[in-house]
Design a protein around this ligand. Structure first.
Ligand code: BGC
Length: 823
């Protein structure tokens, strides 16, 4: 391929505009006359999902076999950047071997609530941990010549109506909580692309948000890659280009192309903006096609890596009387549906077709445990079954130890669907009670992408949370149960006691037009720690088969030094964590303490190691809205070091001159001083926002292009309302069967706009607008408009496609736009 500047000079406006949207679900367009190839994109964060047959982006149709690594929420528990980079490199090799040029991940949205349906794909409630692990993935993947798209940029916390909600968040919280992880990835790993989120941020779609894409991403952080929409996330094509959005995916047909060309013709869009975006796209193409040879994959080695990752990610939460590890020859009853049919990944666009999957039942034979029997114990759909419980009790009685596999069923968490609660299904809890009564030596092994409430905790003598462990998850768990691996997983999120304790309870997910981030920075441990709220297990927590002691702290503004000693009899690793908090008064509201550094330390029995953690420029900064810059407040800070946020044996003070003087908090923000954020009144939230909060309610008038499709329920047209009821019935039936209907969820969480954006040119924007005339009750007028818009759209599509093909010298064998989509 020629040099980018030269290519841009040789391309016509039509060709340039055409390069800025996808040709089909996964590929960009080619310009044959200039030898510009297309590039292939595929999900996702924990394995490659390259579709071989008909394409969809929701994990519905099959894809090539690939190693299914543990999901990000799982690997986050390792706090291990080296391991994350190793997994990244393996993902990069698999992508390269399958001809995938851009891997759509990692996902690093911050977990605002444990109810987030896609939390299993994200790392943590903390930006430092999320950002550093995501950066490691990016380095690993890109080391194989494959681009990444850290996603979803940004403030995409809920699945409900994810394409239409407006995240209303104050600038400080935006910078410190929701953008810092992306900042770390961009500055430290230089991703070649980034994926914008579906939602609006403070009134503007992410992909059209110049503040986000230009001021922050490019100007402040120095990002030099391509900005890609989430699938169907484009809105105004020219607005996206102007704001810094490079590529619209998957395939709006030539509608967006015509709009960009028209905007340049009318002077509404500067051709220089178009050229800048095309350069970004061509640079991405050049970067990912630089290597002539595809990588080769050793599937055995990748399965072994997936197993190691699963074992290192498992978090030992309880181990009374050192029940674990299980000695060789222990007679074990394996109980639970999950022991036979594991849950090892989540549903949606990240779904991988694994090279193989092992279950506890399959894998136990390779250990030196003695299997005394397997009993399914309960049904996946949660229905009570006394016979299954009786069999489980009998098996537990025959064994030394019962290993009971419990977890969140598939329907509990999915892309497109937020969780409705934190409880395990009641049938599973009843099973645990019965098994534990029969054999108190019961080990619970939990699967699921996030926290669950544990009112049953006392019934489990030992508890291991394996999260979603990937295809080798069961082998990894057995490594932990048998002591082959000493558990070193530490929670990357807090496990609250109950939903009612969480900071966003009652407000998450928002069902309004806006999602108000009223809690400011007080999410996760920042909230529980500041308010002194008891939790089941704190952020950073995890047990080991050995014990560690912390001593000899010394601190300065630049670094923290201390000693960790393995005081037990087994080699093991601990994750030493450094938290910083301001003492005394503060001019800004602040959580009591925040994670600013960590190190994983491996120690032989009795061994001590001096650990130094550089604090770096993020340790004391806050985003000062007044000066629109990062500042450090003068004064005293407490540095605390230990194994989790609730256990910090070492503390020391450090005094900083700062870049701004200390001060007192504005009294309207008093609610936030103590983290009392559950019922923040409007005036306090508006004081935090620095402006009036926008209208939150949906209007009751006509439905528009960007209103959510599920508002059909209140459409003026009785036919539209009937259509809603029919589709919604199908959605509910699927959920009752335990499997979410991803197509319906995608549609209901999106606006009418997606009809145009996902149809490959079949439905132009004008056609969707005509459909809305129908929906809004003007049946005959609407029908006429629909027919006219359809015919006009077909003609326009053909004209633009033919002109583009002629200009680009593309052969017509390569179907682009209409006809190739199966979405
Ligand atoms: C998801 C993205 C994914 C894309 C392509 C979207 O629905 O939000 O994370 O990469 O589909 O499959």
């Amino acid at each position: 391929m020629k040099d980018t500047a030269q290519l841009v000079a040789e391309l016509s406006v039509l060709e340039k505009a055409a390069l800025l949207s996808g040709e089909n679900t996964w590929e960009t367009r080619t310009i044959d006359r200039l030898s510009v190839p297309s590039i292939w994109m595929a999900d996702g964060p924990h394995g490659i999902r390259r579709q071989v047959g008909s394409a969809d982006h929701l994990g519905i149709n099959g894809s090539e076999l690939a190693t299914c690594f543990p999901t990000s929420a799982t690997v986050a528990n390792t706090w291990d950047e080296e391991l994350a980079a190793e997994i990244g490199a393996a993902l990069g090799r698999e992508a390269s071997s399958q001809g995938v040029n851009v891997l759509l991940g990692p996902g690093l949205n911050i977990k605002r609530s444990p109810l987030g349906g896609r939390n299993f794909e994200y790392f943590s409630e903390d930006p430092e941990l999320s950002g550093r692990l995501a950066a490691a993935y990016v380095r690993g993947i890109q080391s194989e010549g494959v681009a990444t798209t850290p996603k979803h940029f940004a403030v995409n916390s809920q699945e409900l109506r994810r394409m239409v909600t407006d995240s209303v968040v104050d600038e400080r919280t935006l910078r410190e909580i929701y953008l810092t992880a992306f900042e770390i990835v961009v500055r430290e790993a230089n991703p070649w692309a980034i994926m914008t989120s579906y939602n609006l941020i403070n009134g503007t779609y992410a992909h059209e948000n110049a503040h986000l894409l230009r001021d922050i991403l490019r100007d402040e952080w120095g990002f030099d890659g391509a900005v890609i929409t989430d699938w169907g996330g484009g809105n105004g094509a020219a607005d996206g280009v102007r704001a810094g959005g490079t590529l619209e995916m998957p395939s709006p047909g030539f509608d967006s192309v015509r709009r960009i060309v028209a905007a340049v013709d009318s002077g509404e869009l500067d051709e220089a903006d178009l050229d800048a975006r095309v350069s970004e796209l061509l640079n991405l193409v050049a970067r990912v096609t630089a290597r002539a040879v595809r990588a080769s994959v050793d599937q055995e080695a990748h399965h072994a890596l997936a197993r190691r990752a699963a074992a290192e990610s498992a978090v030992l939460l309880r181990n009374d009387d050192a029940l674990l590890p299980l000695a060789s020859g222990t007679r074990v009853a394996l109980i639970g549906d999950f022991a036979e049919t594991p849950r090892y990944q989540g549903s949606g666009s990240s779904l991988v077709n694994p090279t193989r999957v092992t279950s506890l039942v399959d894998a136990i034979g390779a250990t030196d445990l003695d299997l005394a029997g397997f009993a399914r114990g309960c049904r996946r759909d949660g229905a009570a079954d006394a016979q299954l419980v009786a069999e489980a009790v009998a098996a537990a009685k025959r064994a030394d130890v019962a290993v009971l596999a419990l977890g969140l069923p598939e329907i509990a968490e999915s892309e497109g669907l937020d969780r409705s609660g934190l409880s395990l299904p009641d049938a599973q809890v009843q099973l645990l009670r019965a098994v534990a009564a029969a054999n108190p030596r019961t080990v619970v092994v939990l699967s699921g992408g996030g926290p669950v409430a544990m009112p049953w905790l006392r019934d489990a003598q030992a508890l291991v949370h394996g999260y979603l462990g990937g295809q080798a998850g069961a082998e990894g768990i057995l490594d932990v149960l048998t002591g082959g691996v000493n558990p070193a997983g530490r929670l990357a999120e807090t496990l609250p006691i109950a939903l009612g304790d969480t900071p966003t309870v009652g407000r998450f997910p928002s069902t309004n037009r806006t999602a108000e981030y009223r809690e400011g920075p007080f999410i996760g441990y920042r909230y529980y720690d500041t308010r002194g709220i008891e939790v089941t297990f704190p952020f950073g927590f995890g047990l080991s088969y050995t014990s560690f002691a912390y001593s000899d702290l010394s601190v300065s503004e630049e670094r923290v030094t201390f000693t960790v000693t393995n005081t037990g009899e087994t080699a093991g690793s601990d994750v030493a964590q450094v938290y910083v908090g301001k003492t005394g008064s503060s001019r800004v509201l602040r959580p009591s303490r925040e994670l600013k550094g960590f190190a994983k330390v491996h120690l032989e029995p009795g061994q001590s190691r001096e650990v130094t953690i550089e604090l770096g420029e993020r340790a004391f900064r806050f985003f000062d809205v007044e000066s629109d810059a990062w500042q450090t407040e003068a004064g005293e800070y407490e540095i605390a070091v230990g194994p989790n946020v609730a256990d910090l044996p070492l503390t020391a003070m450090v005094e900083l001159d700062g870049t701004v003087a200390s001060g007192a908090l504005d009294s309207t923000l008093e609610w936030y001083r103590t983290g009392d954020i559950r019922n923040v009144p409007d005036d306090a939230f508006e004081a935090l926002l620095g402006r009036r909060a926008p209208e939150a309610e949906w209007g009751s008038g006509r439905l528009g292009f960007n209103d959510p499709i599920d508002r059909l329920e209140v459409a003026r047209s009785p036919l539209a309302r009937l259509a809603f009821r029919i589709i919604d019935k199908r959605r509910r039936a699927a959920e009752a069967k335990g499997e979410p209907d991803l197509n319906i969820l995608f549609m209901f969480n999106g606006p009418f706009r997606v009809i145009s954006k996902m149809s490959g040119g079949l439905a132009t924007q004008r056609l969707t607008e005509a459909l809305l005339t129908l929906v809004n009750g003007q049946t005959f007028r609407g029908l006429g408009r629909v027919i006219a818009a359809f015919l006009r759209g077909r003609r326009a599509e053909k004209r633009t496609r033919d002109s583009f093909r002629a200009a680009a010298g593309n052969s017509s064998n390569r179907a682009d736009g209409a006809g190739k989509e199966d979405d």
